[in-house]
Design a protein around this ligand. Structure first.
Ligand code: COA
Length: 326
């Protein structure tokens, strides 16, 4: 079976309406707007709701943009670390809310979850699935101690989604030019990994709050982002200069800037949203991607480099050729 041509045909975002500024946090915590801005780049974040609600809203926007509804979707993948409840998977609720026709499952790879999901979605399409709704959604505020200044200023809530469709779907197929030697699908090189020896650096017991060794996570995050993004680019046969847009995990602006510096990708080619969202885990990459797409920063054929890292410690990078095959 030859690989089907596919692309991203829709995208969407959802954020809770409640805005929490650094000044709001400084009223209850021993912190300041200045400290949070200069150490993290975060100015405000959105807090509230459930993963199922935010995921359904982001998914609905992605479907609407593609002119589809749930009956067109053969598979829903929900990347999340904060499911509404332990059982059943939150994707079941989202499946119901959107009237999705096919299968659904949750995927937990922490903040790297969306890119892990992208690789899984591309695999499903390669084996005959014609459309996959991929959502990254998290409500980290539910597992963050509001009185712990070392984590409360960082983590927040949100969801982002993309719809992947293959040209073997119901619409009339049209060719998206692929450079010679490139695979027909839109995902070029990828790099997935986990370092289980770092398991205890960032975590949360059932019913508890997140704990984190912030400075060690910071050091590893820069190294991992650079090595993983470099590996994905090399497997794509591309160089940093070929990247039209870099969409890194949105954890800390200093991590992003250090990684961009080492990769040789300037801020004009980097998507940053964390100043307004904080760290939304699996939602951070699709939120930044959706904002860039809405702003017209992406054109068909552009190479988009996505790179995430998170608890585990997991990492995942992928090069996506932007554009619709339909
Ligand atoms: N406000 C004011 N001071 C704070 C603070 C806050 N919100 N949080 C921590 N501090 C203090 C610390 O207590 C420490 O004080 P001390 O020197 O008296 O002990 C001081 O600031 C410096 O702490 P440090 O941890 O060295 O700061 P940092 O520059 O490393 O920044 C993080 C802290 C958490 C912002 C940073 O380490 C980070 O972003 N790490 C990665 C976190 C991450 O990405 N996690 C998610 C992974 S998906």
């Amino acid at each position: 079976m030859s690989a089907p041509r596919w692309g991203v045909t829709g995208w969407g975002a959802a954020l809770p309406t409640r805005v929490v500024t650094n000044a709001d946090l400084a009223e209850k915590l021993d912190t300041s707007d200045e400290w949070v801005r200069t150490r993290t780049g975060i100015r405000e974040r959105r807090v509230g709701g459930l993963v199922s609600e935010l995921a359904a809203e982001a998914g609905r926007h992605a479907l609407a943009r593609a002119g589809c509804d749930g009956s067109d979707v053969e598979l829903l993948i929900l990347a999340t670390t904060t499911p509404d409840q332990a059982v059943p998977a939150t994707s079941s609720k989202v499946h119901h809310a959107l009237g999705i026709a096919g299968g659904a499952y949750d995927l937990n790879a922490a903040c790297a979850g969306f890119v892990y999901g992208l690789v899984a979605a591309a695999g499903a399409i390669a084996t005959g699935t014609s459309s996959v709704l991929l959502v990254g959604a998290d409500c980290l505020s539910r597992i963050t101690d509001p009185l712990d200044r070392s984590t409360a200023v960082l983590f927040a809530d949100g969801a982002g989604a993309i719809l992947l469709q293959s040209s073997t779907g119901s619409r009339e197929a049209a060719e998206l030019d692929a450079p010679p030697g490139m695979p027909a699908g839109a995902l070029l090189g990828t790099d997935l990994g986990v370092d289980g020896t770092a398991y205890e650096l960032l975590g949360c017991e059932h019913g508890g709050y997140m704990t984190m060794e912030g400075s060690e996570v910071f050091r590893r995050a820069v190294r991992i982002t650079v090595s993983s993004a470099t590996a994905a680019l090399a497997r794509s046969g591309l160089k940093p200069d070929d990247v039209a847009l870099f969409v890194p995990h949105q954890a800390n602006l200093r991590i992003i800037e250090a990684a961009c510096d080492r990769l040789g990708i300037g801020s004009e080619r980097t998507a940053v949203i964390l100043d307004r969202t904080g760290n939304t885990s699996a939602a951070s990459i699709p939120l930044a991607l959706a904002e860039a797409a809405d702003a017209g920063r992406l054109s068909a054929g552009d190479y988009v480099l996505l790179s995430g890292f998170g608890a585990g410690m997991t990492w995942a990078s992928a090069v996506l050729r932007w554009g619709s095959p339909l």
